[in-house]
Each structure stands twice: as structure tokens, then as C-alpha cells.
Design a protein around this ligand. Structure first.
Ligand code: KG4
Length: 338
């Protein structure tokens, strides 16, 4: 009999549902929330309300696109955390209600595991997936971590940010440049037209495999402040060069520690995941490095870099095969480690 998992993701501002049949993706539906645009960031209460409106039609669409009836489902996997509590509560409660109605088990998924395991989302049976162990650079709005992935349930954090995440560095610097939220994709677009060597920003000097991005952010702000004093149009005139130089510095910081982790562990497979792994410069830099060193690189499809339920469903599928189900009193959590 087929194993059919419904995945539900509602950790931030995207409501998503996906169906995975015997490890192969059958559907992945994502509803974004435009309501936050005018606020320059996600407003938690508005996000929860939008999830409530979206969840039923999104799940319905995912089942229909997969050609699956509710009664065919083997289990429901849902994001339990980390994320916004109100948003998580919508997906968690929906998953519990549906599972009780259908009398099938629920599986709680750590959102970060979803990003890390997103490389196992296969559209065809012969799609290539990573071999264990592999190193995953997880870079998103809330995380910057280097993880040694030994199996779907055994992961070791080798390094992580001690202050801001890489996505925050993109978003906060973009904000002071007057770009819309989230700023990462705007910096990416502008960077393709600019000179990455024009401005020099400070890089952290931290031993080991940990990251830091707050010094870069401060040095970016000082560059703007010092130049705006003599030229009020400085940002407008130099936005492409500023974006390109900022992006190049973030990539350099990310790659320096990633290379160190590869050298220290001797692992030959490298993957990236999380929202920032959609960045063209990050993708190219990791692909080039792996090619040069003869390593196998896994660069996710852009649709699987940001929040999506396909990654929740695949992480849930692994847990299903391991008989790891959760109880109905499982409450969402705002913060959690890998
Ligand atoms: O994984 P994700 O969707 O969720 C959170 O952790 O919130 O990551 C969102 C982050 C944001 O900081 C956004 O600016 C960044 O990913 N991002 C990008 C790009 N696309 C999304 N950063 C740089 N370049 C991009 N193309």
C-alpha cells in the first residue's frame, strides 16, 4: 500500500500544503500573504488571521492537484516550530483536527529539518538525492548554520550565527537603502548590475565555525552615513554597487566557514537551504567551490528554498517510516534548535 503524507506549513507568512506519495512529490501549494507589504515586515496577528482564511482552500487544492482523497492519507505532518506562535497554532490545530476526523496519525516536524531535508523532495523516482553524511549550509531570515547531516534524524550543528542571520543582514541593509521588505531578493537583483569591489565592509574575525553579521551591518550603515553627509543622493546613485558589494561580503563570510567545515570533516557532499539559498550569488559561489574541489553540490530549486510544505511532508515521510508520531497535546514552539 502507498504511503501518502499530507504536509502543512504555517510557520511565518506563507500557508502551504503538499502531498508526498511514496517519497515522490504529488503537489505543493503555497499561498503568500500580501497583507504585510505595507508594514515593511511580517505582522504576526495579521499572519495568523490570513492562515485561518487560507488553510482550508490550500489543503483542498493540494489534495485535488495530487489526485488524492482525504481517506487515502496515511498521516499528516505539520510544522511545530520554530516560527510565529499564532501562525504555527493554525497549522498545528488544523492538522490535529483533520487527523482526529480521519483517524490517522500526526507527525510534528522541526521547520529547520524541513529545509535541511528539502533535497530529498523528488519529482521523479530517479531524481538524485544526497548521500549521508552531507554538510548543509542553512541560511534564512532567522538562521545561519552549518549542519552535519548524518541521517534524517541525526544532525549536528557545527557552527551558527552568534548575532544576526544572513537573511537579516540582507533585509536590514536593504531597509536602510529604502528597498521593500524582504530586501534579500532586491539586493540580489541590484547586485547583478553593480561592482562587487567598489565598497569594502568589515568581516568578522571569529574562530571556529560560527558566524556573525552584525559588524557587517554596522559598517554598511557607517558607509551610508559618512557618504550621505556630503551627498544626499548617495544611495540612489550607488545602489547597484552598494548591493553588489554587500552581497559579495555576505557570500565571502558564508563561504569561508563552509570551506572550513568541509576541510575539517572531510565530507564530500554539500547542500544549501533556506530563503537566502535563493540568492544567485550564493548559489553560484557554492556551485563553483564544489566544482573546483570535486565535491557534490545540492542547490535546491528556488521554490523549495523559501517556506513550503513539500519539505515538511518529506521530513514527515522519513519520520513515518521510523514510526515517529506525536501526541495530541503537542504544542507549537517559537524557538528550537536543529
Ligand atoms: O527561509 P525563509 O523563507 O524564512 C525565514 O527564515 O524567515 O527566509 C527568508 C529570508 C529573508 O531574509 C529574505 O530576504 C531572504 O530569505 N531571501 C533572499 C533571497 N530570497 C529570499 N536573500 C538574498 N537573495 C535572495 N534572492
Amino acid at each position: 500500500m502507498s504511503v501518502i503524507i499530507l504536509g502543512i506549513e504555517s510557520s511565518c507568512d506563507d500557508t502551504s500544503a503538499a502531498v508526498i506519495r511514496d517519497g515522490i512529490l504529488a503537489s505543493n501549494v503555497i499561498a503568500g500573504q500580501k497583507v504585510h507589504e505595507e508594514y515593511g515586515g511580517v505582522v504576526p496577528e495579521l499572519a495568523s488571521r490570513a492562515h485561518q482564511q487560507n488553510i482550508v482552500p490550500v489543503v483542498d487544492a493540494a489534495l485535488k492537484r495530487a489526485g488524492v482523497n482525504k481517506s487515502d492519507l496515511s498521516a499528516i505532518a505539520f510544522t511545530r516550530g520554530p516560527g510565529l506562535l499564532g501562525s504555527l497554532l493554525v497549522g498545528t490545530s488544523f492538522a490535529k483536527g483533520l487527523s482526529l476526523g480521519l483517524d490517522i496519525p500526526i507527525i510534528d516536524v522541526n521547520h529547520l529539518h524541513g529545509h535541511i531535508l528539502s533535497h530529498f523532495i523528488r519529482k521523479e523516482a530517479n531524481d538524485v538525492v544526497p548521500e549521508f553524511p552531507y554538510i548543509c549550509l542553512l541560511v534564512s531570515g532567522g538562521n545561519s548554520q552549518i549542519i552535519l547531516v548524518k541521517s534524517p534524524s541525526d544532525m549536528e550543528v557545527l557552527g551558527q550565527t552568534i548575532d544576526d542571520a544572513a537573511g537579516e543582514a540582507f533585509d536590514k541593509c536593504a531597509k536602510v537603502m529604502g528597498l521593500p521588505y524582504p530586501g534579500g531578493p532586491h539586493i540580489d537583483r541590484l547586485a547583478s548590475e553593480g561592482d562587487p569591489h567598489r565598497f569594502k565592509f568589515s568581516k568578522p574575525r571569529i574562530s571556529g565555525l560560527d558566524y556573525s553579521f552584525s559588524g557587517l551591518k554596522t559598517s554598511f550603515l557607517y558607509t551610508l552615513r559618512d557618504n550621505i553627509a556630503s551627498d544626499p543622493d548617495f544611495i540612489e546613485k550607488n545602489k547597484a554597487d552598494l548591493a553588489a558589494s554587500l552581497q559579495a561580503t555576505i557570500i565571502d563570510i558564508l563561504l569561508t566557514k563552509l570551506k572550513k567545515a568541509v576541510e575539517q570533516t572531510g565530507v564530500r557532499t554539500v547542500a544549501i537551504g533556506g530563503g537566502v539559498s535563493a540568492n544567485s550569488g550564493v548559489r553560484n559561489a557554492v556551485a563553483d567551490y564544489c566544482k573546483q574541489k570535486g565535491l557534490t553540490a545540492f542547490i535546491p530549486e528556488r521554490a523549495f528554498t523559501t517556506d513550503n510544505a513539500a519539505m515538511v511532508a518529506i521530513a514527515g515521510y522519513f519520520k513515518y517510516l521510523d514510526n515517529q508520531f506525536c501526541e495530541y497535546d503537542a504544542a507549537p514552539y517559537a524557538r528550537v534548535q536543529v
